[in-house]
Design a protein around this ligand. Structure first.
Ligand code: ADP
Ligand code: TYD
Length: 197
């Protein structure tokens, strides 16, 4: 089973995934946790170049093309091999991140969806939702803000697209402006309900 956890920066994805993994492992699941941008050379290029502030202005389509190239490599190079070995794979970010972030940069949704033709959709996509102010305050207390985290208006747009896609495609949305325990309980319930089906 392939699960993607999505949400704006600071929504608590990596914190929730770490706790979720522990809980699933303690129930006997073989779990592989991964994230995008991935550890592939394309993922490294994205981190080293595209996401550095003042790294030179790239056209928004360069972001989309590189994130999707990284995703295709990540899926076939890492996710699929683990699924084939019967692991439950949890990815922090996947397709919806490109639709939301690069959509918020002004790129057309239909083109962004079309770019994803080479990769399958996850079995389950779960959105962790928090107001932008909450997310930014969390990130401020944690570390320096990265390139997309600086702009609240941009993150508002990203959040809006995530929520409108969730309504359209029927993704579960978790209120992540609660304690980590409550958030993880809800995500865990959604996954186990899906597995029982
Ligand atoms: P993301 O991976 O979505 O960017 P993180 O998991 O890194 O978010 O969380 C960002 C910050 O917010 C971290 O300092 C983390 O400890 C804190 N945090 C995460 N979830 C919660 C929560 N439910 N309540 C309060 N703080 C949280
Ligand atoms: P990430 O490492 O998840 O950042 P964080 O730990 O702060 O949540 O992702 C880096 C940034 O890249 C993040 O701001 C979201 C952005 N991003 C896109 O714009 N498009 C994408 O397709 C992906 C996967 C990430």
């Amino acid at each position: 089973m392939f699960i993607a956890i999505e949400g704006i920066d600071g929504s608590g994805k990596s914190t929730a995934i770490t706790k979720l993994r522990d809980r699933l492992v303690s129930r006997g699941f073989a779990v592989h946790v991964t994230s995008e941008p991935s550890q592939s050379p394309i993922g490294r290029l994205i981190r080293d170049w595209l996401l550095k502030p003042n790294s030179g202005v790239a056209h928004p389509s360069v972001f989309a093309l590189l994130f999707v190239a990284d995703r295709v490599q990540h899926y076939y190079g890492e996710v699929k091999p683990m699924l084939d070995k019967d692991y439950l794979v949890i990815s922090e970010r996947y397709m919806e991140s490109t639709l939301a972030y690069q959509g918020a940069m002004g790129l057309p949704m239909s083109w962004l969806i079309e770019l994803h033709r080479p990769v399958p959709r996850p079995d389950l996509t779960i959105i962790l939702d928090v107001p932008v102010d909450v997310a930014v305050n969390r990130l401020r207390s944690r570390r320096e803000l990265e390139v997309f985290e600086i702009n609240k208006d941009f993150l508002e747009k990203v959040r809006e697209i995530l929520l409108s896609r969730a309504r359209e495609v029927d993704y579960p949305v978790i209120n992540a402006d609660r304690s980590i325990g409550e958030v993880v309980d809800d995500v865990f319930d959604i996954i186990t309900r899906y597995l029982r089906r």
